[in-house]
Design a protein around this ligand. Structure first.
Ligand code: ACO
Length: 322
Protein backbone atom coordinates (compact mmCIF):
# COMPACT_ATOMS: atom_id res chain seq x y z
CA UNK A 1 0.00 0.00 0.00
CA UNK A 2 1.33 3.45 -0.83
CA UNK A 3 2.15 6.00 1.81
CA UNK A 4 -0.65 8.05 3.45
CA UNK A 5 -0.30 11.80 2.93
CA UNK A 6 -2.38 14.73 4.21
CA UNK A 7 -3.71 16.38 1.07
CA UNK A 8 -5.10 19.92 0.96
CA UNK A 9 -8.69 19.74 -0.31
CA UNK A 10 -9.74 23.34 0.30
CA UNK A 11 -8.91 26.64 1.95
CA UNK A 12 -10.94 29.58 3.17
CA UNK A 13 -10.59 32.84 5.03
CA UNK A 14 -12.62 35.40 6.93
CA UNK A 15 -11.91 39.01 7.80
CA UNK A 16 -14.09 41.17 10.05
CA UNK A 17 -15.86 43.96 8.14
CA UNK A 18 -14.27 46.91 9.92
CA UNK A 19 -10.97 48.20 8.53
CA UNK A 20 -8.59 50.31 10.61
CA UNK A 21 -6.12 52.31 8.53
CA UNK A 22 -2.79 53.78 9.59
CA UNK A 23 -4.41 57.21 9.34
CA UNK A 24 -7.10 56.07 11.82
CA UNK A 25 -4.35 54.90 14.20
CA UNK A 26 -2.51 58.21 13.90
CA UNK A 27 -5.59 59.80 15.52
CA UNK A 28 -5.24 57.51 18.57
CA UNK A 29 -1.45 57.35 19.15
CA UNK A 30 1.63 59.36 18.13
CA UNK A 31 2.41 57.58 14.85
CA UNK A 32 2.15 58.11 11.11
CA UNK A 33 1.31 56.16 7.98
CA UNK A 34 4.86 56.78 6.77
CA UNK A 35 6.48 55.30 9.93
CA UNK A 36 4.26 52.20 9.92
CA UNK A 37 4.62 51.50 6.20
CA UNK A 38 8.39 52.03 6.20
CA UNK A 39 9.03 49.81 9.27
CA UNK A 40 6.41 47.08 8.64
CA UNK A 41 4.71 47.38 5.23
CA UNK A 42 1.31 47.49 6.99
CA UNK A 43 -1.31 49.92 5.62
CA UNK A 44 -4.50 48.65 7.21
CA UNK A 45 -5.89 45.81 9.33
CA UNK A 46 -9.34 44.39 10.14
CA UNK A 47 -10.84 44.62 13.63
CA UNK A 48 -13.56 42.33 15.01
CA UNK A 49 -16.85 44.01 15.90
CA UNK A 50 -18.03 44.22 19.51
CA UNK A 51 -19.30 40.77 20.41
CA UNK A 52 -17.58 39.12 17.43
CA UNK A 53 -15.47 36.33 18.92
CA UNK A 54 -12.53 34.22 17.77
CA UNK A 55 -14.94 31.28 17.35
CA UNK A 56 -17.14 33.38 15.03
CA UNK A 57 -14.13 34.22 12.85
CA UNK A 58 -12.88 30.62 12.88
CA UNK A 59 -16.31 29.22 12.08
CA UNK A 60 -16.70 31.53 9.08
CA UNK A 61 -13.26 30.53 7.77
CA UNK A 62 -14.00 26.83 8.36
CA UNK A 63 -17.27 27.09 6.41
CA UNK A 64 -15.47 28.84 3.55
CA UNK A 65 -12.78 26.12 3.46
CA UNK A 66 -15.36 23.31 3.46
CA UNK A 67 -17.24 25.02 0.63
CA UNK A 68 -14.02 25.45 -1.32
CA UNK A 69 -13.19 21.76 -0.76
CA UNK A 70 -16.69 20.61 -1.72
CA UNK A 71 -16.71 18.54 1.48
CA UNK A 72 -19.53 18.43 4.04
CA UNK A 73 -18.88 19.09 7.74
CA UNK A 74 -19.97 15.50 8.42
CA UNK A 75 -16.69 14.28 6.86
CA UNK A 76 -14.59 16.15 9.46
CA UNK A 77 -13.31 14.05 12.37
CA UNK A 78 -10.51 16.34 13.60
CA UNK A 79 -10.39 20.09 14.29
CA UNK A 80 -7.16 21.72 15.36
CA UNK A 81 -7.53 25.43 16.07
CA UNK A 82 -4.43 27.56 16.44
CA UNK A 83 -5.17 30.60 18.58
CA UNK A 84 -3.72 32.71 21.38
CA UNK A 85 -6.97 34.63 21.78
CA UNK A 86 -9.54 31.97 22.74
CA UNK A 87 -13.14 32.90 23.54
CA UNK A 88 -12.65 31.62 27.09
CA UNK A 89 -9.82 30.11 29.15
CA UNK A 90 -11.68 26.85 28.66
CA UNK A 91 -13.30 25.01 26.98
CA UNK A 92 -11.16 25.05 23.85
CA UNK A 93 -12.55 27.43 21.23
CA UNK A 94 -12.25 24.52 18.77
CA UNK A 95 -15.24 22.79 20.40
CA UNK A 96 -17.39 25.89 19.86
CA UNK A 97 -16.45 25.77 16.18
CA UNK A 98 -17.11 22.01 16.14
CA UNK A 99 -20.58 22.61 17.59
CA UNK A 100 -21.20 25.47 15.15
CA UNK A 101 -20.53 23.05 12.30
CA UNK A 102 -22.88 20.47 13.83
CA UNK A 103 -20.08 17.92 14.32
CA UNK A 104 -20.47 15.53 17.28
CA UNK A 105 -17.78 12.95 16.53
CA UNK A 106 -14.00 12.93 16.38
CA UNK A 107 -11.89 15.41 18.34
CA UNK A 108 -11.44 19.18 18.50
CA UNK A 109 -8.78 21.04 20.44
CA UNK A 110 -6.79 24.28 20.52
CA UNK A 111 -3.11 24.71 19.90
CA UNK A 112 -1.07 27.53 21.40
CA UNK A 113 2.14 28.52 19.66
CA UNK A 114 1.29 32.21 19.07
CA UNK A 115 2.26 33.34 15.53
CA UNK A 116 3.66 29.87 14.72
CA UNK A 117 0.35 28.29 15.76
CA UNK A 118 -0.87 27.43 12.28
CA UNK A 119 2.33 25.58 11.37
CA UNK A 120 2.19 23.70 14.71
CA UNK A 121 -1.51 22.87 14.11
CA UNK A 122 -0.82 21.72 10.56
CA UNK A 123 2.02 19.49 11.75
CA UNK A 124 -0.20 17.99 14.48
CA UNK A 125 -3.10 17.29 12.12
CA UNK A 126 -0.68 15.84 9.56
CA UNK A 127 0.70 13.37 12.13
CA UNK A 128 -2.80 12.23 13.12
CA UNK A 129 -3.90 11.80 9.50
CA UNK A 130 -0.79 9.90 8.51
CA UNK A 131 -1.12 7.63 11.55
CA UNK A 132 -4.60 6.63 10.35
CA UNK A 133 -6.30 7.82 13.58
CA UNK A 134 -8.33 10.48 11.76
CA UNK A 135 -9.39 10.87 8.14
CA UNK A 136 -10.30 14.49 7.48
CA UNK A 137 -9.16 17.55 9.41
CA UNK A 138 -9.95 21.22 9.61
CA UNK A 139 -6.81 23.15 10.53
CA UNK A 140 -7.81 26.65 11.53
CA UNK A 141 -5.95 29.79 12.61
CA UNK A 142 -8.25 32.39 14.21
CA UNK A 143 -7.34 35.44 16.26
CA UNK A 144 -8.79 38.56 17.81
CA UNK A 145 -5.51 40.22 18.80
CA UNK A 146 -7.33 43.56 18.99
CA UNK A 147 -8.64 42.33 22.38
CA UNK A 148 -5.16 41.87 23.90
CA UNK A 149 -3.49 45.01 22.53
CA UNK A 150 -2.61 48.00 24.67
CA UNK A 151 -4.13 50.64 22.41
CA UNK A 152 -1.98 53.32 24.03
CA UNK A 153 1.29 51.52 23.12
CA UNK A 154 2.29 52.72 19.66
CA UNK A 155 5.10 50.14 19.53
CA UNK A 156 2.64 47.24 19.34
CA UNK A 157 -0.90 48.42 18.55
CA UNK A 158 -0.01 49.34 14.96
CA UNK A 159 1.21 45.84 14.12
CA UNK A 160 -1.71 43.46 14.62
CA UNK A 161 -5.14 42.70 13.19
CA UNK A 162 -7.99 40.19 13.50
CA UNK A 163 -8.95 37.39 11.10
CA UNK A 164 -9.17 33.68 10.46
CA UNK A 165 -8.16 31.14 7.85
CA UNK A 166 -8.74 27.41 7.51
CA UNK A 167 -7.53 24.46 5.49
CA UNK A 168 -9.25 21.11 4.92
CA UNK A 169 -6.72 18.26 5.00
CA UNK A 170 -7.68 14.74 3.99
CA UNK A 171 -5.71 11.51 4.44
CA UNK A 172 -5.04 9.98 1.04
CA UNK A 173 -2.95 7.06 -0.14
CA UNK A 174 -3.46 7.61 -3.87
CA UNK A 175 -2.61 11.26 -4.47
CA UNK A 176 0.94 10.76 -5.73
CA UNK A 177 3.28 13.31 -4.26
CA UNK A 178 0.45 15.70 -3.33
CA UNK A 179 0.15 16.58 0.34
CA UNK A 180 2.19 17.77 3.31
CA UNK A 181 5.77 16.69 2.53
CA UNK A 182 7.40 17.76 5.77
CA UNK A 183 6.93 20.00 8.80
CA UNK A 184 9.68 21.28 11.09
CA UNK A 185 8.86 22.70 14.53
CA UNK A 186 11.10 24.46 17.06
CA UNK A 187 10.77 26.30 20.39
CA UNK A 188 13.24 27.99 22.72
CA UNK A 189 11.66 29.23 25.96
CA UNK A 190 14.70 31.29 26.93
CA UNK A 191 13.18 33.97 24.68
CA UNK A 192 9.71 33.91 26.24
CA UNK A 193 9.98 37.37 27.85
CA UNK A 194 10.66 39.08 24.51
CA UNK A 195 7.07 38.69 23.32
CA UNK A 196 4.35 37.84 25.82
CA UNK A 197 1.01 38.81 27.35
CA UNK A 198 1.26 40.26 30.86
CA UNK A 199 -1.69 38.34 32.24
CA UNK A 200 -3.12 34.86 32.53
CA UNK A 201 -5.36 32.64 34.66
CA UNK A 202 -2.64 31.25 36.94
CA UNK A 203 -0.51 34.39 37.27
CA UNK A 204 -2.62 37.55 37.46
CA UNK A 205 -6.10 36.20 36.97
CA UNK A 206 -6.54 38.74 34.17
CA UNK A 207 -6.34 38.54 30.39
CA UNK A 208 -3.45 41.00 30.09
CA UNK A 209 -1.91 42.93 27.20
CA UNK A 210 0.68 42.06 24.59
CA UNK A 211 4.23 43.25 25.36
CA UNK A 212 7.14 43.02 22.97
CA UNK A 213 10.78 43.86 22.56
CA UNK A 214 10.42 44.55 18.85
CA UNK A 215 14.11 44.83 18.05
CA UNK A 216 14.88 41.52 19.78
CA UNK A 217 12.13 39.76 17.82
CA UNK A 218 13.46 41.27 14.62
CA UNK A 219 17.05 40.31 15.45
CA UNK A 220 16.20 36.59 15.81
CA UNK A 221 13.47 36.23 13.21
CA UNK A 222 15.32 35.84 9.92
CA UNK A 223 17.93 33.39 11.29
CA UNK A 224 15.30 31.16 12.90
CA UNK A 225 13.04 31.20 9.84
CA UNK A 226 15.79 30.39 7.38
CA UNK A 227 17.25 27.58 9.57
CA UNK A 228 13.97 25.74 9.73
CA UNK A 229 13.35 26.16 5.99
CA UNK A 230 16.83 24.83 5.22
CA UNK A 231 15.94 21.79 7.38
CA UNK A 232 12.78 21.27 5.30
CA UNK A 233 14.81 21.47 2.09
CA UNK A 234 17.42 19.05 3.46
CA UNK A 235 14.90 16.28 4.24
CA UNK A 236 12.88 16.65 1.04
CA UNK A 237 15.72 17.32 -1.41
CA UNK A 238 14.01 20.45 -2.72
CA UNK A 239 15.60 23.89 -2.84
CA UNK A 240 14.53 27.52 -3.16
CA UNK A 241 14.29 27.38 -6.95
CA UNK A 242 11.79 24.47 -6.76
CA UNK A 243 9.36 26.50 -4.61
CA UNK A 244 6.36 27.86 -6.54
CA UNK A 245 4.91 29.94 -3.69
CA UNK A 246 6.43 31.17 -0.46
CA UNK A 247 3.62 31.88 2.02
CA UNK A 248 5.26 33.23 5.18
CA UNK A 249 3.70 34.31 8.44
CA UNK A 250 2.72 37.93 7.82
CA UNK A 251 4.46 39.77 10.65
CA UNK A 252 6.39 42.38 8.86
CA UNK A 253 7.41 43.01 5.24
CA UNK A 254 11.05 43.52 6.19
CA UNK A 255 11.22 40.09 7.89
CA UNK A 256 9.45 38.42 4.95
CA UNK A 257 11.65 40.02 2.29
CA UNK A 258 14.83 39.51 4.35
CA UNK A 259 14.08 35.79 4.78
CA UNK A 260 13.27 35.30 1.09
CA UNK A 261 16.42 37.16 0.09
CA UNK A 262 18.62 35.06 2.39
CA UNK A 263 17.11 31.84 1.01
CA UNK A 264 17.30 32.97 -2.63
CA UNK A 265 13.51 32.88 -3.17
CA UNK A 266 12.45 35.21 -6.01
CA UNK A 267 10.34 38.21 -4.97
CA UNK A 268 7.52 37.30 -7.38
CA UNK A 269 7.01 33.98 -5.56
CA UNK A 270 6.20 35.65 -2.21
CA UNK A 271 2.56 35.88 -1.16
CA UNK A 272 2.19 39.07 0.88
CA UNK A 273 -0.97 40.18 2.67
CA UNK A 274 0.57 42.04 5.61
CA UNK A 275 -0.14 45.36 3.89
CA UNK A 276 -3.93 44.74 4.11
CA UNK A 277 -4.25 42.37 7.08
CA UNK A 278 -1.47 43.42 9.46
CA UNK A 279 -0.14 40.61 11.64
CA UNK A 280 -3.06 38.28 12.40
CA UNK A 281 -0.79 35.84 14.29
CA UNK A 282 -1.89 32.20 13.77
CA UNK A 283 -4.45 33.29 11.15
CA UNK A 284 -1.98 34.98 8.83
CA UNK A 285 -0.75 31.93 6.87
CA UNK A 286 -4.15 30.33 6.15
CA UNK A 287 -5.54 33.78 5.29
CA UNK A 288 -2.68 34.34 2.83
CA UNK A 289 -3.23 30.83 1.42
CA UNK A 290 -6.91 31.59 0.87
CA UNK A 291 -6.13 34.88 -0.89
CA UNK A 292 -3.55 33.30 -3.21
CA UNK A 293 -5.71 30.28 -3.91
CA UNK A 294 -8.81 32.37 -4.62
CA UNK A 295 -6.97 34.70 -7.02
CA UNK A 296 -5.60 31.70 -8.93
CA UNK A 297 -1.93 31.96 -7.97
CA UNK A 298 -1.67 28.72 -5.95
CA UNK A 299 -2.76 25.79 -8.09
CA UNK A 300 -2.94 22.01 -7.69
CA UNK A 301 0.54 20.51 -7.93
CA UNK A 302 2.40 23.68 -6.86
CA UNK A 303 5.16 23.41 -4.26
CA UNK A 304 4.15 25.73 -1.40
CA UNK A 305 6.52 26.71 1.40
CA UNK A 306 5.15 27.98 4.72
CA UNK A 307 7.05 29.44 7.67
CA UNK A 308 6.31 31.22 10.91
CA UNK A 309 8.05 32.58 13.97
CA UNK A 310 6.53 34.04 17.10
CA UNK A 311 6.20 34.20 20.87
CA UNK A 312 8.06 31.61 22.91
CA UNK A 313 10.04 31.86 20.70
CA UNK A 314 8.43 29.23 18.51
CA UNK A 315 9.15 28.77 14.84
CA UNK A 316 8.46 26.26 12.12
CA UNK A 317 8.17 25.47 8.43
CA UNK A 318 6.07 23.25 6.19
CA UNK A 319 6.50 22.16 2.60
CA UNK A 320 3.30 21.15 0.80
CA UNK A 321 2.66 19.78 -2.68
CA UNK A 322 -0.68 21.53 -3.19
N1 ACO B 1 5.10 55.23 15.29
C1 ACO B 1 6.10 56.11 15.41
N2 ACO B 1 7.20 55.88 16.15
C2 ACO B 1 7.28 54.71 16.78
C3 ACO B 1 6.26 53.74 16.72
C4 ACO B 1 5.14 54.05 15.94
N3 ACO B 1 4.11 53.20 15.79
N4 ACO B 1 6.62 52.69 17.46
C5 ACO B 1 7.82 52.95 17.98
N5 ACO B 1 8.22 54.19 17.58
C6 ACO B 1 9.44 54.89 17.91
C7 ACO B 1 10.09 54.41 19.19
O1 ACO B 1 9.49 55.02 20.30
C8 ACO B 1 11.50 54.84 18.99
O2 ACO B 1 11.58 56.23 19.26
P1 ACO B 1 12.88 56.83 20.00
O3 ACO B 1 14.02 56.57 19.04
O4 ACO B 1 12.53 58.28 20.13
O5 ACO B 1 13.01 56.09 21.28
C9 ACO B 1 11.72 54.68 17.49
O6 ACO B 1 10.41 54.64 16.90
C10 ACO B 1 12.46 53.42 17.13
O7 ACO B 1 11.87 52.35 17.87
P2 ACO B 1 12.29 50.86 17.66
O8 ACO B 1 11.42 49.95 18.46
O9 ACO B 1 13.77 50.74 17.82
O10 ACO B 1 11.92 50.73 16.12
P3 ACO B 1 12.34 49.64 15.08
O11 ACO B 1 13.03 50.23 13.96
O12 ACO B 1 12.98 48.45 15.75
O13 ACO B 1 10.92 49.17 14.53
C11 ACO B 1 9.38 47.39 14.88
C12 ACO B 1 9.96 48.65 15.44
C13 ACO B 1 8.61 47.72 13.60
C14 ACO B 1 8.41 46.80 15.90
C15 ACO B 1 10.52 46.40 14.58
O14 ACO B 1 11.35 46.24 15.70
C16 ACO B 1 10.00 45.07 14.15
O15 ACO B 1 9.50 44.93 13.07
N6 ACO B 1 10.18 44.05 14.98
C17 ACO B 1 9.61 42.76 14.71
C18 ACO B 1 8.44 42.65 15.59
C19 ACO B 1 7.30 41.93 15.00
O16 ACO B 1 7.10 41.78 13.83
N7 ACO B 1 6.51 41.41 15.91
C20 ACO B 1 5.34 40.73 15.57
C21 ACO B 1 5.09 39.63 16.48
S1 ACO B 1 6.33 38.43 16.33
C22 ACO B 1 6.12 37.79 14.90
O17 ACO B 1 5.03 37.70 14.42
C23 ACO B 1 7.34 37.36 14.17
Amino acid sequence: MSKIRSVVRGVGGYLPAHTLTNADLAKKVDTSDEWIVQRTGIRERHIAADGEKTSDLGLAAARAALKNAGIGADAIDLIVLATSTPDQTFPATAVTIQDGLGITRGAAFDMQAVCSGFVFALATADQFLRSGDFKCALVIGAETFSRILDWSDRGTCVLFGDGAGAVVLEASSDSGERGVLTTKLRSDGRHRAKLYVDGGPSSTGTVGHLRMEGREVFRHAIGMITDVIEDAFAVTGYNASDVDWFVPHQANKRIIDGSAHKLGIAAEKIVTTVDRHGNTSAASIPLALSVASEDGRIKKGDLVLLEAMGGGFTWGSALIRW
